[in-house]
Design a protein around this ligand. Structure first.
Ligand code: NAP
Ligand code: MN
Length: 263
């Protein structure tokens, strides 16, 4: 079986990367950067986001697993002291996976240029200067005009990240949904937004339409893009899913508890 290991690049992560590499090589596995069946990320959740984006063109043939070298992660949920256990599981058991939903982002430009992105955590939209002013359409009907700092659209597994800081709900990743949250919306007698996070099921579409011709700062997970000439941004649950290799039970709600409440 072909595997690849992505390290965050610090000494601790690199050391663990080398250990996993030599253990898996001993088991007859092949290191392969092109088409690995399993990708092990060593570092933090940010490292797994990077691994996801590197292999997003072959999600149906790649299973991800994350080991954390800092604090417990949502994607990076294996501890360094479980390294041997993880390697033996990878070597000895057939890959069993769990699927998590993803967010699809389509950016249409006035000059016909179209871009498509997948997010594992979220997409955020801000302007490079001034307030963000956008019409929000839900299933092609006008819903509201947003005015404020920005908007965040997250996946269920991303709901514990930026979305949570914005007061969004934590959504279990077995639900194929996306969540829209506001960043400091302006609400007064002139401007009005719903104020609450909105959760959309699969097949519903949320569209953001610029009112003025400004430049946008759009993030897709850890990546930042500057987008000009934007006609509309369409968001919905993607048809693709991300697959995580599951070698032991670590329920989502336990990860939430252990990360935010303590154990
Ligand atoms: P970062 O600045 O290191 O990430 C911020 C924190 O979010 C880190 O502690 C990171 O964990 C954690 N994180 C990432 N994905 C998570 C998830 N699904 N659930 C819970 N925590 C999660 O930058 P990064 O590592 O490249 O991660 C990018 C992410 O940072 C973005 O996707 C966004 O969600 C988040 N972010 C949050 C805020 C905010 O809350 N105000 C602002 C900007 C970005 P690790 O330390 O394990 O990497
Ligand atoms: Mn990080």
């Amino acid at each position: 079986m072909k595997f690849f290991i992505l390290s965050r690049g610090d000494d601790t992560s690199n050391l663990i990367q080398q250990k996993i590499l030599s253990y898996l090589a001993d088991f007859g596995f092949t290191l392969n950067q092109e088409d690995p069946a399993i990708v092990i990320s060593v570092g933090g959740d940010g490292t797994l986001l990077e691994a996801f984006h590197r292999y997003q063109h072959r999600l149906d043939q790649t299973a991800f697993v994350g080991l954390h070298t800092g604090h417990l992660g949502f994607y990076a949920d294996w501890r360094p002291d479980e390294l041997e256990k993880l390697v033996i599981s990878i070597a000895k058991t057939p890959i069993e996976t769990v699927d998590y939903p993803l967010l699809e982002i389509l950016i249409d430009h006035h000059d016909q240029k179209k871009e498509r992105f997948l997010a594992l955590n979220e997409c955020t939209v801000k302007t490079t200067e001034g307030s963000l002013v956008m019409n929000i359409e839900i299933n092609q009907e006008h819903f509201e005009t947003f005015r404020g700092d920005g908007l965040c659209i997250s996946t269920p597994s991303g709901s514990t990240a930026y979305n949570k800081s914005l007061g969004g709900a934590i959504i279990h990743p077995s639900l194929a949904a996306i969540q829209l949250t506001e960043m400091a919306s302006i609400n007064n007698r002139v401007f009005r937004t719903i104020g609450s996070p909105l959760i959309f099921p699969q097949h519903h579409q949320c569209m953001l339409k610029p009112i003025n011709d400004v430049d946008y700062q759009i993030t897709v997970d850890h990546l930042t893009l500057i987008e000009k000439n934007v006609e509309k941004i369409t968001l919905h649950v993607a048809k693709e899913k991300v697959r995580f290799a599951r070698y032991r039970a670590f329920p989502f709600w336990n990860r939430v508890r252990d990360s935010f409440i303590g154990n």
